[in-house]
Write a protein that binds this ligand. Structure first.
Ligand code: NAD
Length: 477
């Protein structure tokens, strides 16, 4: 059960003004709770508090930052089922997926607790020429200062964790604006953060209406904007972000290549593609959207994938048997249904699914989708996968690189030289060989190129963005 209302957290403390935002159950559409909404004055207060907290946060000893993160890990474990239920209700995630996200939240904070006490500097030999004889260099990483974080609806806890946990490890105060569609789990996290010894002002978690959000993007007292969300919004915000560093974790239409191979493990590949395409109702930035299959394997893999798509059980997310939950809302499901219809009008064939009930779209497999269909070039962000045969490996790589996104790509091959070629030539942030592009663990560097963003998350790499390198030069007399 959710609480009747949730306060926001400003400078580490709960506050419950009159202005509230209704949060709906994403399956039934009913209003299930309300969260407090911060106005422009509250946003200004949070920024001023974060600026004041920059020095105390910088000085907070690594072991103390680690203790904060470890406290969170303990409390997340104790409240795991409550957090999973909040995700199930506010994001419509099947319970088993919601529990998986809570496990990953814990992994992310555990990794940050380890990073918090790692030094991370270098000793540099500066004696590169005679004039530098006797000089040595040292680097350390210092926190950038107050950060602004904006997060999406699809992993309302773990994507928040990917900003919050590294910020604490790095020693940066932060203001987080969670998605207005899924703010509850982030506010429960804030409640747990408020139990810690973080310096006053070190964190604020504020649902904010878009008309009041400007300073979180534009104010130069904030030194980093880290945004996870859609391509369109992300690049717009970067243009308004002034002098601050900007990290953008945006969308994609990830492709997976299935190369020719005698005895290819097609059952395993079909299992992984189905999981990668339909997990979370396809609402993952690395959901498998395009599967390029060598012509020799195409018919066999198609049959297996269609079987798996048809075996999924759409339904209420809190029913333990449900394996396909709703999309975030009915307009999102209607949008994707429209794209399926457009592809069909232009010659595509629906092999499985295609139907919709409210916000639940069936797991859908299509083939013959023409290049000019939205499904080929846009981000589907739903349970839809496109199959396409290829004859030459080079042609498949070119297909992966076509279009404006570049987050991760998957490749099933038994040829090491092809794996290396793909790693060299694919224009993406990461290539996954032996699995689908949807593979992610929370310590790996993760992020995109081209339209998919700039910068990397994955705890250690986020800390790099949240810190500046500071050099010390020593001349030995
Ligand atoms: P969205 O861009 O609509 O919203 C993301 C956040 O930005 C929300 O908090 C929203 O309230 C806020 N926002 C929206 N318009 C804004 C504006 N004009 N100014 C300031 N803030 C604004 O994205 P979404 O629908 O919540 O999430 C889905 C998108 O996120 C997909 O494109 C998906 O691929 C992407 N995503 C990327 C990653 C990644 O790591 N690369 C991870 C998850 C989701």
């Amino acid at each position: 059960m959710l609480a009747e209302r949730y306060p926001y957290y400003l400078a580490n403390r709960p506050r419950q003004p009159n202005a509230e935002l209704a949060v709906t159950h994403k399956y039934s559409g009913e209003v299930v709770t309300h969260v407090a909404v911060a106005d422009a004055a509250a946003v200004e207060e949070a920024i001023a508090a974060a600026v004041r907290a920059a020095e105390p946060m910088r000085k907070l000893a690594p072991y103390a930052r680690q203790a904060v993160l470890e406290h969170c890990v303990r409390r997340f474990r104790e409240r795991a089922e409550e957090l999973a239920l909040a995700l199930c209700i506010e994001a419509g995630k099947p319970l088993r997926d919601a529990r998986g996200e809570v496990d990953r939240l814990i992994d992310t904070f555990k990794a940050a607790a380890e990073e918090a006490v790692r030094g991370g500097g270098e000793v540099l030999n500066l004696e590169v020429s005679k004039r530098a004889a006797g000089y040595r260099g040292f680097t350390q990483r210092v926190p950038v200062g107050p950060c602004s974080f904006i997060t999406p609806f699809n992993f309302p806890l773990n994507l928040v964790a990917h900003k919050v946990a590294p910020a604490i490890a790095a020693g940066c105060p932060f203001i987080l604006k969670p998605s207005d569609r899924t703010p509850v789990s982030a506010l429960i996290m804030a409640e747990i953060l408020a139990e810690t010894e973080l310096p006053e002002g070190a964190f604020s978690v504020l649902p904010v209406r878009l008309e009041d959000i400007g300073p979180l993007i534009e104010d130069d007292r904030l030194k980093l904007l880290s945004f996870t969300g859609s391509e369109k919004v992300g690049w717009e915000l970067k243009a308004r972000a002034g002098r601050k560093k900007v990290v953008l974790e945006l969308g994609g239409n990830a492709a997976c290549v299935v190369d020719e191979a005698p005895g290819a493990p097609l059952d395993f590949i079909a299992d992984r593609v189905a999981q990668g395409a339909f997990f979370q109702a396809g609402q993952s930035c690395i959901s498998v959207q395009r599967v390029l299959v060598h012509a020799s394997l195409y018919d066999a893999l198609r049959e297996k994938l269609v079987e798996r798509a048809k075996a999924l059980r759409p339904g209420h997310p809190s029913d333990e048997a449900t394996t396909l939950g709703p999309m975030i809302d009915e307009p999102a499901a209607r949008r994707l249904e429209g794209w399926i219809q457009q592809a069909v009008q232009r010659g595509a064939r629906v092999l499985a699914g295609g139907g919709r009930r409210g916000s639940v779209l069936d797991a859908t497999v299509l083939e013959g989708v023409p290049e000019d269909a939205s499904l080929s070039s846009e981000e589907a962000f739903g349970p839809v996968v496109l199959l396409q045969p290829f004859d030459s490996f080079d042609e498949a790589l070119a297909q992966v690189n076509s279009g404006r996104f570049g987050l991760q790509a998957g490749l099933f091959t038994q040829d090491l030289s092809r794996a290396m070629k793909a790693w060299d030539e694919l224009e993406v942030g990461g290539v996954v060989v032996g699995d689908v592009p949807s593979f992610r663990v929370d310590t790996m560097p993760y992020g995109g190129v081209k339209g998919s963003g700039i910068g990397r998350e994955g705890v250690k790499y986020a800390i790099e963005d949240m810190t500046e390198l500071r050099l010390l030069v020593l001349r030995q007399a």
